[in-house]
Design a protein around this ligand. Structure first.
Ligand code: PEP
Ligand code: MG
Length: 292
């Protein structure tokens, strides 16, 4: 089986009828880069930047972040690297953020909500990301979006960052910017959201949690947590349609993207990208190449 998969290295992600799809990798640390290359990913579809914050006792500086993003961009040598901004809160707690105790952390102060409330933290990360964009093909994506208004607020902050960098004579490249679709609100509003961004990446882990009202962390509920639920699949389908109607691409970066029982269905929906853990790249490639 392993050897069979290895024969798929260097092969295209193409169906029997010629439909192509991008197959990227999800990573949570720089140490994952070796397996990204090893498994022949076309790019990085989700770089969870949280580890930068989780592994320290204080906020990572702009320089520290820049060094990491630059390294990832350089290692991927021109292939797309989609870095997700800070997604702290809920299941990912960090002491120095002083987030406080919440009754419903999954519905609480987290991710983009922190970034829009404490823009200094957000700006440091954005500066590091834009600076690193000089060294490769970096794209940025924003987690836990629920509204067009949030996207506009993000754009204002990004514009301020660009003005600052320009004033300091610090160069930066063109950076594609997209959002995660991982709340039912974002999926339902995806027609409007698609006009505001360059791409969508569907976070099926949270989208399933919030659509089915089932805590993804609670193993007692495993038998009810069903990402194959038709409600989740219909939302995904709708998001892809709305993305394409607005001329942008849509991918999946949640675990469901690696579910080969659904590969054919995802292809039928017209998804442009699947981002999966490095070890799933070749199995998913196999499923794509076996699909009509
Ligand atoms: C998701 O929610 O599907 C996702 C990819 O993000 P995370 O698992 O990091 O919340
Ligand atoms: Mg998520």
């Amino acid at each position: 089986q392993k050897e069979l998969l290895l024969t798929l290295k260097g092969k295209e992600n193409v169906t029997k009828s010629g439909q192509k799809i991008n197959l990227y990798a999800n990573i949570g640390n720089v140490s994952d880069l070796a397996s990204v290359l090893e498994n022949d990913a076309g790019g990085i579809g989700l770089f969870r930047s949280e580890f930068l914050y989780l592994e320290k006792d204080d906020f990572p500086t702009e320089e520290e972040q820049f060094a990491v993003y630059r390294k990832v961009a350089e290692t991927m040598a021109g292939k797309k690297v989609i870095i997700r901004t800070l997604d702290i809160g809920a299941d990912k707690q960090v002491d120095y953020f002083n987030l406080g105790k919440e009754d419903n952390p999954a519905l609480g102060y987290r991710a983009i909500r922190i970034c829009l409330t404490q823009p200094e933290i957000f700006k440091t990360q954005l500066r590091a990301l834009f600076r690193a964009s000089n060294y490769g093909n970096i794209a940025i994506m924003y987690p836990m979006i629920i509204s067009v208004d949030e996207v506009r607020q993000i754009k204002e902050i990004v514009a301020e960052v660009k003005v600052e960098l320009t004033a300091e004579n610090i160069p930066f490249g063109e950076v594609e910017q997209g959002i995660m679709i991982e709340t039912p609100a974002a999926a339902v509003m995806s027609d409007e959201l698609a006009k505001e961004v360059d791409f969508f990446s569907i976070g099926t882990n949270d989208l399933t949690q919030y659509t089915l009202a089932i805590d993804r962390q609670n193993s007692k509920l495993d038998r009810f947590y069903n990402p194959h639920h038709e409600a989740v699949l219909r939302l995904i389908e709708r998001v892809v349609k709305n993305a394409h109607a607005a001329g942008i691409w849509a991918g999946i970066c949640g675990e469901l993207g690696a579910d080969t029982e659904l590969t054919e269905r995802f292809l039928q929906m017209g998804l442009d990208e699947l981002s999966v853990s490095p070890g799933c790249i070749l199995p998913v490639r196999k499923a794509i190449r076996e699909a009509e």
